[in-house]
Write a protein that binds this ligand. Structure first.
Ligand code: GDP
Ligand code: CA
Length: 319
């Protein structure tokens, strides 16, 4: 079976680890990763979501943190600080730096991000085909108003530095409207037997992937069933601050509202957590098949069960 998933960082990566556990050697998983979180730091191109996917699926992730490398050291960061060179708010460890140096070097030599990602994955062997959503630069900016006035800040500044403490007034995926899907993205979607939307952030992870012209159309027009999983459980994101960016696009932080935001044009099936069983009726009324199952990825077995439930729902809605 050819499975294609759209994914952000932590939520996407953990779900995909469960998906790998319930699929076999005959299955092929292609992951279209969000690159709108990408940022240039210290002259280096950093791709947080692609790296979280690669490290998690390749066995190099810092488990508790969910991002960055296990057994990390921080010499470079401390040396930069001694020079007074920031930003200090973005955590890049020594091992992680090597990834960004290799990436930046290859990009400077003329390789597109998709080729660079493939090269990095040769080391990590994530067991999936990892494609960036686009080789073109797309950067999510967030409009905020604080004591410095109304301005747009890079998504990482909003999320990591400001901890999403001020209201997000608008989410702007700068560059998305002229970006092209990376080589292989539309082909993978066209050939998919199942398309999955993991419990990744619906606005700044999945939303930005869908904002690349051609991708939303390829997902919604695909003959493959499209099944998503809610990252909102009991009216709040399980992890992170997805409610802040949902508010910016006028969507309530509930499992039902996120399904309706994706819409029945895109989704054939939707999984909500058992605590949100009351969402099943309204979601089904909107034309999306919906089931309530446990959606907390608190163990490999629980995560695998989520992946199995998503594939089962895909079979039920097929045809
Ligand atoms: P990011 O790019 O690192 O923020 O990661 P993603 O966009 O892939 O995933 C973030 C989303 O994953 C958040 O909105 C969380 O609510 C969701 N999430 C994290 N852990 C879990 C979990 O155990 N269960 C569910 N259902 N969602 C989760
Ligand atoms: Ca992200």
């Amino acid at each position: 079976m050819r499975i294609v998933a759209l994914a952000g960082g932590i939520g996407g990566a953990r779900f995909l680890r469960g998906l790998k556990d319930v699929t076999g050697p005959g299955d092929e998983i292609t992951v279209i990763g969000n690159t709108a979180d990408d940022i240039h730091l210290f002259g280096l191109k950093v791709c947080p979501d692609l790296d979280t996917l690669m490290y998690t699926l390749g066995g190099g992730i810092h488990e508790e943190q969910g991002w960055g490398r296990a057994d990390e050291t921080w010499s470079i960061k401390n040396e930069m600080k001694a020079y007074g060179v920031g930003p200090e708010w973005f955590g890049l460890g020594d091992k992680d730096f090597a990834t960004h140096i290799v990436r930046t070097q290859m990009l400077a030599a003329g390789y597109p991000l998709s080729a660079v990602t493939e090269a990095l994955c040769e080391r990590w062997q994530p067991g999936v085909r990892l494609l960036p959503m686009s080789d073109d630069r797309v950067e999510t900016h967030v409009r905020i108003t604080d004591e410095d006035g109304t301005r747009a800040v890079h998504f990482q500044e909003y999320w990591v530095k400001l901890h999403a403490a001020v209201d997000a007034e608008a989410i702007i995926p700068v560059g998305a409207d002229t970006a092209k899907p990376a080589p292989g993205v539309l082909e993978a979607l066209a050939a998919a037997d199942v398309i999955l939307l993991p419990p990744s952030n619906p606005v700044v992870s999945i939303g930005t992937i869908l904002a690349v012209p051609g991708i939303r159309q390829a997902v919604s027009s695909s003959s493959a069933p499209v099944v998503g999983l809610s990252g909102i459980v009991g009216g709040a994101p399980v992890r992170g601050m997805a409610d802040r960016v949902l508010a910016a696009v006028g969507v309530e932080a509930t499992a039902a509202a996120v399904a309706l935001h994706y819409s029945s044009e895109l989704l054939d099936g939707w999984l909500v957590d058992t605590t949100d069983a009351d969402a099943v009726g309204p979601v089904e009324a909107a034309g999306i098949a919906c089931r309530a199952v446990p959606l907390l990825m608190d163990s490999p077995a629980a995560t695998a069960a989520m992946a199995r439930a998503a594939l089962e729902l895909a079979e039920q809605v097929r045809g």
